[in-house]
Design a protein around this ligand. Structure first.
Ligand code: FES
Ligand code: MG
Length: 597
């Protein structure tokens, strides 16, 4: 029988599968396997169980991650799916990141989670791995690590939370967190109401219930073929979500048996990512997803370098925004699910997709779509191609002397479309502390035509590149009814936020050759969406003078020195993180080892 065969010294061990994989670290291979079986048997497994394909399940449950509160039930359902298909499921923990409890930012820790994920998938004898994630940075971290591990990986997201209610109006995290807080700041709602609203904004476990980063990543990953199509939107607290988990368990065993074709570096092709970008544009997804997708793409040896920021813009020009969800539209993720979710959306997008791209089930995306004969459909939530919410380019990529390597704008979330072509004087804030101190100052020299500039919030300048890009409207202007202004930063913004906001300026201000770093109060900035341009209207000579002065400044010198000797993860981060247009990954984790010198 198989148990004794493992100890037969005359039989070579098949190191490609299950518990027999890898490790020969205790001397001879037979003894290594013998020892591993000794220890795993302490968990009560039989030789029969141990002869099955081993399916790892990543457990990202944490008391500090309420978005992931349903993970234990998902593990149970996924295990059921694995066992019904003859596999052995074994769960294990990795780092878990929640947006609000990951100081300084979850983005700062994303790469750490990706390293944890990659190394644990590689270290343990598993044939395929289900990665349970959901909250914003967890899904990209898992994909980055999973692709680098190159074992078959499947995404299982926790699903969106349900909306709550205030005075009979639905509300939900976190677009309404921002709207309500802005209304409170402007004095239109009082302290009683804002505290009542606080109780209702996140009424269940699950990820933010709008098209924020979590939902965006879920839809993208479904479009890439890495999860069941219904898996992107089924609510966290629904029975449908548990069935998705069971189905994922079943798919994991199929993927483990197929192994070679289901390795992510084989299964995912350039076309898979182009489909992902088409989905991103059609859902008017989070700007964060651009950073994450670049990081994910740059982990794939055959695709890295073939898709750049400009690819996002090119695809945007032919892709209409179809999904009417906050922050670009009006509805919530459970509405999207009830309207047919990704099945309905991908069906609508058929002419724009590469339907021959493979999925984790072994079928093509077109074949997967074909298995849904009929599905619920609501043309108000998921619009037809000829009646979109926004005609094209929900997300656009800008270039100009202010951002030679690119900047991003979510044009569809602009609240004042006149600002999409705008020229005005800069009001500059050096960093978030400066912003906090002066933005509401009654003496601040600012009008509604000013351009609010926030420096120092790029990946290196403020490790973790905080979501500070939604610079608040100065209180005195907000009180006059100003709701939107042109705002520019080298930071990010939450996927749940909106406004006319230029983000991810690259190179960031903290880098010595950054034009964005030398903008001064009163400088004229010109932005034109149509031309995709963002320009600082200052003569080149003045720009180079200011840059030379900055490089030579004692402050710049001491920052540079401190960065060289910073200890621990922070030091690693500051020395190795690449710029937003490359995905803010660590240069040594990308396929080329270093995309920037
Ligand atoms: Fe977790 Fe929004 S805070 S998804
Ligand atoms: Mg977010």
């Amino acid at each position: 029988d198989c148990a004794k065969a493992d100890y037969d010294l005359n039989r070579p061990i098949d190191t490609a599968r299950g518990l027999r994989q890898g490790l020969t670290s205790y001397g001879d291979a037979h003894f290594s396997l013998f020892l591993r079986k000794v220890f795993i048997k302490a968990a009560g497994y039989s030789d029969d169980a141990l002869s099955r394909p081993v399916i790892g399940i990543i457990n990202t449950h944490s008391g500090f991650n309420p978005c992931h509160s349903q993970v234990p039930q998902l593990i149970e359902a996924a295990k059921r799916g694995v066992m019904l298909s003859g596999g052995l499921p074994i769960d294990f923990p990795t780092i878990s990141l929640h947006e609000s409890f990951s100081s300084p930012t979850s983005m700062y820790l994303r790469n750490l989670m990706s390293m944890d994920t990659e190394e644990m998938i590689k270290a343990q004898p598993l044939d395929a791995c289900i990665m349970i994630g959901g909250c914003d940075k967890t899904v990209p971290a898992q994909l980055m690590g999973g692709i680098s591990s190159n074992k078959p990986v499947l995404s299982l997201v926790v699903g969106p939370m349900m909306p709550g209610s205030n005075k009979g109006v639905r509300i939900g995290a976190c677009t309404d967190c921002r709207n309500n807080w802005a209304a409170y700041r402007a004095g239109t709602i009082d302290i009683e109401e804002i505290s009542a609203v606080n109780e209702e904004l996140a009424p269940t476990g699950g990820t933010c219930g709008v098209m924020g980063t979590a939902s965006t990543m879920a839809c993208i990953v479904a479009g890439m073929g890495m999860m069941p199509l219904r898996g992107a939107s089924a609510p966290a607290v629904s029975s449908a979500r548990l069935r998705v988990a069971e189905e994922t368990g079943k798919n994991a065993v199929t993927a483990a048996l197929a192994k070679e074709t289901c390795r992510p570096q084989t299964m995912l092709t350039k076309e898979s990512f182009l489909n992902a970008i088409t989905v991103l544009q059609a859902i008017g997804g989070s700007t964060n997803a651009i950073v994450h997708l670049m990081a994910i793409i740059n982990r794939h040896p055959d695709v890295a370098g073939k898709i750049t920021l400009d690819t996002f813009d090119e695809i945007g020009r032919k892709t209409p925004l179809l999904v009417d969800l906050k922050p670009s539209g009006d509805n919530y993720m459970n509405d999207f699910h009830n309207a047919g979710g990704m099945v309905a959306l991908l069906n609508t997008l058929r002419p724009l997709l590469y339907l021959e791209a493979k999925t984790i089930t072994g079928k093509t995306l077109g074949e997967e779509l074909g298995t849904f004969k009929s599905f619920p459909y609501s043309a108000t939530i998921i619009r037809p191609l000829d009646d979109p919410i926004y005609p094209r380019s929900a997300l656009a990529v800008l270039h100009g002397n202010l951002a030679p390597n690119g900047a991003i704008i979510k044009a569809s979330a602009s609240k004042d479309r006149k600002l999409l072509s705008h020229r005005g004087p800069a009001v500059v804030f050096e960093n978030t502390a400066d912003l906090a101190q002066r933005i509401d100052d009654v003496d601040l020299d600012v009008t509604k035509d000013s351009v609010l500039v926030l420096q120092g919030v790029g990946p290196i300048g403020n490790p973790g590149m905080p979501e500070a890009g939604v610079i608040p409207i100065p209180r005195k202007l907000a009180a006059q009814g100003v709701q939107d202004m042109l705002r520019i930063s080298d930071g990010r913004m939450s996927g749940t936020a909106g406004g006319t906001i230029v983000l991810h300026v690259s190179p960031e201000s903290a880098i010595t050759d950054s034009v964005f770093g030398i903008v001064e109060n009163g400088d004229i900035i010109e932005f034109d969406l149509e031309r995709r341009s963002i320009e600082l209207m200052v003569p080149d000579k003045v720009i180079s003078q200011r840059m030379a002065a900055k490089v030579a400044s004692p402050r710049q010198q001491s920052v540079k020195k401190a960065r060289k000797i910073a200890r621990g993860y922070r030091g690693l981060y500051e020395r190795c993180v690449n710029q937003a247009d490359h995905g803010c990954d660590f240069d040594f984790l990308t396929t080329s080892g270093s995309l920037e010198s």
